[in-house]
Design a protein around this ligand. Structure first.
Ligand code: XMP
Length: 512
């Protein structure tokens, strides 16, 4: 384990991910963690992240010098580099010279950290102060116009640092520099592989669950599928999965869960076919918030009923599986309490008399790692690589009342758009590709020799990192043309296809 100590960096999660890309497990801890807390994790090395402040600012987070007498290998990045220099008796100068963005670094000595790199390197900088003198025992390796010492190392002490941000893609050889530290200075071994993650998770789940009864709600999405598959591997028949088919899924998705997922994992699955119920409750409703509330409420009702049927009136569910991911844990402060409140919320709040503990096998994983684990477990690729899909499903992609006919129209149009995106090989370039039916809008068209009066379909391809912000996806014109032609030819009720070119903000990704 490598602990990334977060000094308020924009990039702490990115650092953890890069370390994991080097196949070394990594977790983030806040800079307020005590040396004892850090040691309790038994890390093999630590990385001090960048941070927004000058090390001289009165409220600047400081590194406890005791950290460096623990003998733990440490790597400082940007602010962490300066904090390390200062804590060990080097000199950090307030030069007033700032460097932001792409900066040329000159390598004077390769040492161990920069071994094999060219004499100059384009790296990504963001700093005001700079290190003017290395601590005793350190070798200065590189410099830039604004930073007389831009990298140093003390290999015998297991210490090194760089002024730049090796974790960002714009930094040349960034991953290589991190790996030199991890492998050659800190002595880490690259054994964080999907196969090992699976083995470790299974052992941890067995330990937690014992011979208890476990249930898991499947949404059709990748997180709940991978979590369920892991638990199934760990405790087999003690797990029952519940899949509430609300009739608002896309073409083929329910079958994917009911057939492909079961075939790949052997889980025992309870399907609740609630499509008619959901449609009944949604009849006459076109307000987006009302739709969401109704769907949330019905979902809990179905899940609750299924859970009771599984355990019987007097029985009890000991554990509930949640697909909580590492970014959620970090963002909620990593505190057990905070994470639990959110987790309960995720399942919509089960009834109070169902007492259970949570099993969260993906709590330490990023999304891409969850996908790698899913592949390792042999889940169908269409499931593992699925783009995010909202819980309320197609109901919030039909603008207007949701009816069976309208769902059928949207399902066809959506299937065509998805198939063409896949055929163009762009699934992984586009974050999400909602297809929206403007059910209350009609426009005049002409097809064959006749006048049509049909509905428009909106294509909403977006690119994003985290769905908090998004840009509209620039799909190739010929792809757009194929989608438009196929939808208007094959879906009788649709006579017009438009593309949404709004970023988020001001738009949201979904239309409702
Ligand atoms: P918006 O439309 O707010 O969506 O830009 C951001 C992301 O969240 C997804 N989304 C949901 N996911 N339940 C979910 O599980 C929901 O109620 C829900 N609403 C929106 C949306 O698809 C996008 O990825």
């Amino acid at each position: 384990l490598v602990v990334v100590i977060d000094f308020g960096a924009q990039y702490a999660q990115l650092i953890a991910r890069r370390v994991r890309e080097a196949r070394v497990f990594s977790e983030i801890m806040p800079h307020t963690a005590s040396v004892a807390d850090i040691l309790a994790k038994r890390p093999t090395a630590i990385i001090l992240s960048g941070g927004p402040q000058s090390v001289y600012a009165p409220e600047a987070p400081q590194v406890d010098p005791a950290l460096f007498s623990t003998g733990l290998p440490a790597f400082g990045i940007c602010y962490g580099f300066q904090a390390m220099a200062r804590a060990l008796g080097g000199e950090v100068a307030q030069t007033g010279l700032s460097e932001f963005g792409r900066t040329e670094t000159t390598i004077a000595t390769q040492g161990t950290l920069l071994a094999g790199l060219p004499e100059t390197l384009n790296v990504w900088m963001s700093h005001g102060d700079s290190v003017a003198a290395s601590p005793v025992g350190f070798t200065a390796l590189a410099s830039t116009a604004g930073a007389p010492i831009a990298a140093f190392e003390n290999v015998a002490g297991g210490l090194a640092g760089v002024q730049w941000h090796p974790e960002v893609l714009h930094s040349q050889a960034g991953q290589q520099v991190l790996e030199r530290f991890l492998y050659d200075i800190a002595g880490c071994r690259p054994d964080w592989t999907p196969a090992n993650i699976v083995d470790d998770s299974i052992a941890a789940i067995r330990q937690q669950v014992g011979d208890g009864q476990v249930i898991c709600g499947l949404s059709g999405g990748v997180d709940s599928a991978v979590a369920a598959a892991l638990v199934q591997r760990a405790v087999g028949d003690q797990l029952t999965c519940v899949f509430v088919d609300h009739g608002l899924l896309r073409k083929g998705e329910a079958e994917q869960v009911e057939t492909d997922f079961v075939a790949a994992t052997g889980v025992s699955l309870k399907v609740v076919d609630a499509a008619a119920e959901f449609l009944g409750e949604l009849a006459g409703v076109s307000d987006p918030e009302s739709k969401r509330k109704i769907i949330g409420r019905e979902f809990i009702r179905c899940f609750e009923r299924a859970a009771r049927e599984i355990v019987g009136e007097s029985g009890q569910v000991d554990f509930l599986v949640q697909g909580t991911l590492y970014p959620d844990v970090v963002e909620s402060g990593g505190g057990e309490g905070a994470a639990n409140i959110k987790s309960h919320h995720n399942v919509g709040g089960l009834p109070d008399d169902l007492q259970f503990a949570l099993v969260e096998p993906l709590r330490t994983l990023f999304k891409d790692e969850v996908r790698a684990v899913g592949e390792q477990l042999g889940l169908p690729a269409e499931m593992v690589w699925r783009q995010p899909f909202p819980g309320p499903g197609l109901a919030i992609r039909i603008i207007g009342e949701v009816t069976a006919d309208r769902l059928a129209i949207l399902r066809e149009a959506d299937a065509i758009a998805r198939a063409e995106l896949t055929a163009a090989g762009l699934d992984r370039d586009i974050w999400q590709f909602p297809v929206v039916l403007l059910a209350d809008v009609r426009s005049v068209g002409v097809q064959g020799d006749g006048r049509t009066y049909g509905h428009p379909i909106v294509l909403r391809p977006v690119t994003s990192e985290d769905a908090m912000t998004a840009d509209w996806g620039r799909l190739p014109y010929d792809l757009l043309e194929r989608i438009s032609t196929r939808i208007t030819n094959e879906v009788r009720e649709v006579n017009r296809v438009v593309v949404d070119i709004t970023s988020k903000p001001p738009g949201t990704i979904e239309w409702e």
